[in-house]
Design a protein around this ligand. Sequence first.
Ligand SMILES: [Zn+2]
Length: 295
Amino acid sequence: MQVVVGSKRLAARTVRAPLIMVLTVVMAWVAGASAPIARAVAQPLSVDAVGRRLVAAYPDFLAAVEGNWLVWKDGTRMAIDDGKGAKSFEALLAAPDLEDMLHWPYRPGAPAEPPAFQHDPGRARHQPLFDKMYGDCTKGGTADKLAEIVWLPKKARQRLKVTRVNGVAERLEAVSRTLDTLPAKFDDYLFPAAGTYNCRPIAGSTRPSVHGAGIAIDIGIKHAHYWRWTKPDADGRYPFRNSIPPEIVAAFEKEGFIWGGRWYHYDTMHFEYRPELVDLKPDDKGAGCQGAAKC
Ligand SMILES: [Zn+2]
C-alpha cells in the first residue's frame, strides 16, 4: 500500500478519475450485455484454448499449440480435435479426444450442489496423454515413477504411493499439510485414506482408472457417497448425495486436484490431479467462472 501521495500524482489521479469511471461503466455494460449468453449456453472452448490450457497445466511435457496439434517437448504431436464431431455421453467417456477432456466446465470453489444430468467434468480422459506422462501401469510403466508420502503426518502418519511426475507427490503433501491443521471433527473424513496408486479398471467398466497413473486419492470412506451405491429414482436419475465438507475440497482444488463430488456420476471420496480443469489464470477466476465458457 502506498501511504504518501505527491501533489502531482494526486492531481493526475483527479483528472483521470472521471475517465476511469466512464470506462468502468462502459466495460460493465459490455460484460452485462454478453453475460446472459455465456451463462445460457455451454460454449465449448476453442481448439486453441484447450491446447493452451493443457500446455499451461503440464509444462514439464508440453511445449506449444500449432493449429490442431498439441506439440510435446520431445517433438510428439497429438491432435486436439479428432474431427469426429459432437459425441454422445457414452462416447465422451469411452473415446474422448483432448478437446473432450474440457467438454464439461469444472467450477473450483463452487458450492457442493447437485451437478446437472450427465455433467461429469474430468471423467473424459484422453488415455494416450495420461499414459505418455505417467506411464501405462498395465505394462509396468508407472512403478518407477512412484514416491511414498506420509498422509497427515500429525494426525494419521499413513504411507501412500503417488507419482512424482508433474510434482503430484509434492502437491499431495501440500494438501496433506493443510488438512493436518483442520480440527479433529474432520478426522473421520480424511483417514485412513482408502487408496491412491492401484492399477485397475474403473469399477463396472474396462476403462483404466486414474488410480493406475498414481494421480488420485480416495479419502476416508466413512462419509463417502458413490453413484453406484445409490438407487436411481423413478426417472432413472441418480440423486446427488454428499457429506464432504467444503474445507477439504478447497484444500485439494488449491493444489490442482479435482473432486468427484462435482460429477453427476458422483464419487465424493475421490480426488485426482487435473490442473487443466482447476488451475485457472487470475483473469479466468472470479465472476467469469459463472459462465461455462471460462471454466
Ligand atoms: Zn478414486
